[in-house]
Design a protein around this ligand. Structure first.
Ligand code: NAD
Length: 350
């Protein structure tokens, strides 16, 4: 639990501190605990403030702000998506974010969220799959073996008991990297030479590619009855992964329709294309997987409530020894902000 400090000193989780916390916890336990927080907030879905994220789009990528509040806590995340970045040695996705107290507006936590986003995306994917994937699924395919890949595999292992992973990426170096990392995690790993080969025998297919294009990572003939598709890479306008014919055959589940209709796979479909909100399934208000032959699709774009839940989890996990940032100006007399500056000597020359 967090030990309260001076309000002006805000707990700060650096990349290094995040890595230590995940290592101390164990990645799979972290993912399972995080998924429980996310599931709990999906159960409270109606009480959150919700808005499609505010996005600035450029030719090569997007920068997005993702805010939400449950009335007591407020959270936002800054996140980008620049598929070309990896060619220049940078992440496709980097992020940071903040949790704040609604009653005072004061920040409670500032944190790196690049690693946390990979963890929360994987935890959300696996949480959704608990309701949507065929029972007893043991094999998953992951197409796109970049930064998100291993987190996805480990979340499905932790929450669903996946035993085997079939990998494919257009860049075989990415597949070799993921296979090396995942072979240490007790999973049976198969590196495949095509997406068609990767999906063979997989009950769950995750697409996690990055390309700012209308891609066809999965074509209609590749998806048999009973498969669950977890599509995470189609997450901004003009960036999709699936043949629309698959959407026509699948039961489609989404986070927040006003955002997903702009950003998700369903941007390819008419505005009234039927979808089910995942929170309704989690609350027992709507069915998840209908029958064994159904094709289910989680058209994931990432929603602010998942980041809110991740920040809430982090707040409950950090200790009294967390680093603190002098982030909020805090004069003894709250109205004497200028006097504080004067006393510091900074404004003496004004
Ligand atoms: P990354 O750039 O690290 O990895 C993407 C991989 O996809 C690369 O290895 C690339 O070679 C591969 N790829 C590109 N085109 C391909 C194709 N046609 N077939 C097979 N592989 C292909 O990116 P990342 O951080 O792993 O993110 C993956 C995707 O997930 C991105 O599009 C990102 O925007 C998205 N994402 C979504 C969420 C969400 O909540 N839905 C969260 C995080 C990231």
């Amino acid at each position: 639990m967090t030990t309260p400090g001076p309000l002006s000193l805000v707990p700060f989780i650096s990349v290094d501190a995040m890595m230590r916390l995940v290592a101390e916890t164990g990645v799979e336990r972290f993912l399972a605990e995080l998924a429980a927080y996310i599931e709990a907030d999906f159960r409270r879905w109606p009480l959150f403030d919700k808005t499609p994220r505010v996005a600035a789009h450029a030719a090569d990528g997007s920068i997005e702000l993702m805010p939400t509040s449950d009335g007591a806590l407020y959270a936002f995340k800054y996140v980008n998506g620049h598929p070309k970045n990896t060619r220049e040695g940078r992440q496709t996705v980097c992020a940071f974010g903040m949790l704040a107290d609604v009653a005072t507006g004061y920040p409670l936590l500032l944190t790196e969220m690049t690693i946390l986003t990979a963890l929360r995306t994987a935890a959300t994917s696996a949480m959704a799959a608990k309701y949507l994937a065929p029972k007893g699924a043991a094999t998953m395919a992951i197409i796109g073996n970049g930064a998100q890949c291993e987190f996805q595999a480990l979340a499905f292992k932790a929450l669903l008991g996946i035993k085997a992973v079939r990998l494919y990426d257009i860049d075989s170096a990415a597949t070799r990297k993921a296979a090396r990392n995942l072979s240490l995690a007790g999973l049976s790993v198969t590196a495949c030479r095509s997406a068609e080969e990767a999906v063979l025998g997989a009950e769950i297919v995750t697409t996690a590619t990055a390309d700012k294009a209308r891609a066809r990572i999965l074509t209609d003939n590749m998806i048999g009855l009973g498969v669950h598709i977890n599509a995470i890479g189609g997450d901004c306008p003009g960036k999709t992964e699936l043949d629309p014919a698959i959407l026509g055959r699948a039961d489609v589940f989404v986070e927040y329709p006003p955002q997903t209709r702009i950003e998700g796979e369903i941007q390819q479909m008419p505005a009234d294309f039927p979808v089910t909100e995942l929170w309704r399934v989690v609350c027992g208000e709507a069915p998840g997987r209908g029958d064994a032959a159904a094709i289910t699709l989680f058209d994931s774009v990432g929603f602010a409530i998942e980041d809110f839940a991740a920040l809430r989890y982090l707040r409950d996990r950090i200790g009294a020894d967390a680093a603190r940032l002098d982030l909020v100006a805090d004069p003894d007399d709250p109205r004497d902000l200028y006097g504080m500056l004067l006393r510091s000597g900074v404004a003496a020359a004004a």
